[in-house]
Design a binder for this molecule. Sequence first.
Ligand code: SF4
Length: 391
Amino acid sequence: MALKYVSEYRDSQLAKVLIESIKEKIEALHSSGSIKAKKRLRLMEVCGTHTMSIFRHGIRSVLPHTIELLSGPGCPVCVTAQKDIDAFIELSKQDNVILTTFGDLMKVPGTFSSLQKEKADGRDIRVVYSVFDAVEIAAANQGVTCNCNQANSANKTNQAKEVVFCGVGFETTTPTVAASILMASERGIDNFSIHSAHKLTPPALAALMETPATQIDGFILPGHVSVITGVDGYKDVFDKYKVPSVIAGFEPLDILKAILMLVTQQISGLPALENGYERAVSQFGNVKAVQIMNQVFEPADSVWRGIGHIPESGMRLRDSYKSFDALKKFNLELKDTPEPVGCACGQILMGLKTPEQCMMYGKKCTPAHPVGPCMVSSEGSCAAYYRYKGL
Ligand code: SF4
């Protein structure tokens, strides 16, 4: 079974070596009695892209059964609070608005609707592949009045439209959104705005550690977020909680290597913050990207789906860029709205449940008819289970 998957890895020989090393070290841990009492070593892959890669490459099946991989709160669409989803839907209903979004958000159910349903009802909702596409849509919809003769001018006047972008994502995405706002500002594109539901990763790790039930023995930290934050981005959280933590890339060999590093830390009894993705992640990260992000945004308290309020875990526009705040522009307020009844997304994002432990998994909730975002997003745990494990 294992070899079927290992042969598909880029360097199957190295994969075998890594898997054997993990097995040997886990056996050593067992014989030393370190994990006997707990039975399993609970390692959390924080990032949804890791979850997908782990499933796609059958990594769970090649690991000793005493290693339990938990999916964490690293799927941006999944952690977006219901009230932010409802706000995006409400923004799409405003007069003269073009709402722009990444595709993952389209099917996420809000309290009464979804962006997909609103689009079917005739709202102008467009999927973009980059926030800069949204800026260009705004530039093309600023409204133009020609200087031609009066009889024809009505035909040659384009009405301005407001273009709103749904700001969802982590440190990987937020600097780009910040850059788009700087670009719109420089070009005088004042019909562009965003609703920011951006999140920061380290406060979520701290929230997990403050929840004793999670019992996390180690973090596989997200490679792409770490490209921006650098190793140092996790330093404060690591110094406080001393949980073994390894930054990992997204190839199966990267993930196996990170798991081996975490198991090795368990054996040594010396928790460390290590970089297993040196080819992309530096100690200090992308300083310029962080600078741009912090120029436009500032940390603010934020609500995460299922997890709740986490201090300083979101990014809001600074006062000097408030004219790009879509809620202010349309005089809308975020309203607390309940999450779908029975949806266990929140517990899944904290590693407290698996999708199969949700009563609706595969029954009332499927990728074709999702109840919660974890079944919608390409990085969602429920979607990963459904696609690769089935019912
Ligand atoms: S299966 Fe559906 S309802 Fe259950 S936790 Fe996942 S997304 Fe929510």
